[in-house]
Design a protein around this ligand. Structure first.
Ligand code: AMP
Ligand code: MN
Ligand code: MN
Ligand code: MN
Length: 287
């Protein structure tokens, strides 16, 4: 790469129909390439089923690729997402950990449907299933798409605001993987653990400090700084925190769907200066 590593157009966070995105891995790869992405990763929630197709499609396009996933974790009563990058996709313990994490989704979805029925919305489980690309990966996003289709809300953000977030009628608390397990599954598989969109959690300063310290103690090495989920002010805030905690920095759109995502693949600003990009540390894992 002839230019400064920091300015490589890396997009290391997005979703396919194997989780809650709407596009197939090949379509995403082509879209990334067309948008000028120079290093790509598909990071489906709790799932590796799309990895081979993503990697093969990227290879066919001459697009450098890192393996990826986004693990759902419960920490301090909140759901935190931990992205894994550059791991060995054949690792058995990682696969087993993700399978166990996915296993909670089906009973949770049935509970969500019962909760929504009490709020007057019938048939939500069956309705959400129509949008599901992977039977093991039914998510709130699929319920949101059903509620929009059924005319209960104008768009999926409104569904989350009115129905699917804490304190709202369709929200069901859930116990995901532990922070320690998620980080260790990734690092034991030779990958790097990255805290996804840290600005999105409603943590107090003390809780966020505890998250960063525990994450680091378990072997976590990076945080997302430039992501579709951060405001420009948060790019600066988390660039400072990456330096403070000596974390490498990642960059990714978190693209899910052309109809829903406000941030497309490869369209984010570069990482702020001074940061160590995760792709510098993962150079030997790029395929
Ligand atoms: P789940 O893993 O089933 O809890 O679903 C989490 C997913 O819901 C996230 O990965 C996002 O894709 C989506 N999501 C969460 N909050 C919102 C929101 N406020 N607006 C739109 N999508 C959201
Ligand atoms: Mn998602
Ligand atoms: Mn996330
Ligand atoms: Mn995501």
């Amino acid at each position: 790469m002839g230019k400064a590593l920091r300015t490589v157009n890396a997009d290391l966070h997005c979703h396919s129909a194997f989780s809650d995105g709407t596009l197939e891995p090949e379509t995403l790869a082509a879209r990334a390439k067309a948008n000028g992405v120079e290093l790509w990763s598909l990071t489906d929630h709790d799932e590796l089923a799309g990895q081979r197709r993503a990697r093969d499609a990227a290879a066919a396009l001459g697009l450098p690729y890192l393996t990826g996933t986004e693990i759902s974790v419960s920490f301090a009563g909140t759901t935190v997402h931990v992205v894994g990058l550059g791991f060995d996709a054949e690792d058995g313990d990682l696969a087993a950990g993700l399978a166990a994490t996915r296993g909670g989704r089906e009973p949770r979805a049935r509970e969500m449907s019962e909760a929504l029925a009490k709020a007057g919305i019938r048939g939500a489980y069956e309705g959400a299933l129509k949008f599901v690309g992977n039977p093991e990966l039914i998510s709130r996003t699929h319920f949101a798409r059903f509620l929009v289709e059924a005319g209960h809300c104008r768009d999926t953000s409104e569904v989350f605001r009115k129905f699917l977030t804490e304190g709202k009628p369709g929200y069901v608390p859930h116990r995901w993987a532990t922070l320690k397990d998620a980080v260790q599954w990734i690092t034991a598989a030779k990958g790097m653990a990255v805290i996804a969109h840290p600005g999105r959690y409603k943590f107090t300063a003390n809780e966020e400090y505890a998250l960063f310290v525990e994450f680091k103690a378990h072997g976590g090495q990076a945080i997302e700084v430039v992501t579709g989920s951060h405001t420009p002010a948060e790019y600066v805030e988390y660039a400072d925190k990456a330096l403070e905690f000596d974390f490498a920095a990642s960059r990714g759109s978190d693209f899910h769907s052309p109809d829903e995502s406000h941030c497309d693949l490869g369209q984010l600003p570069p990482l702020p200066g001074k940061l160590t990009p995760v792709w510098e540390l993962l150079a030997h894992r790029i395929q």
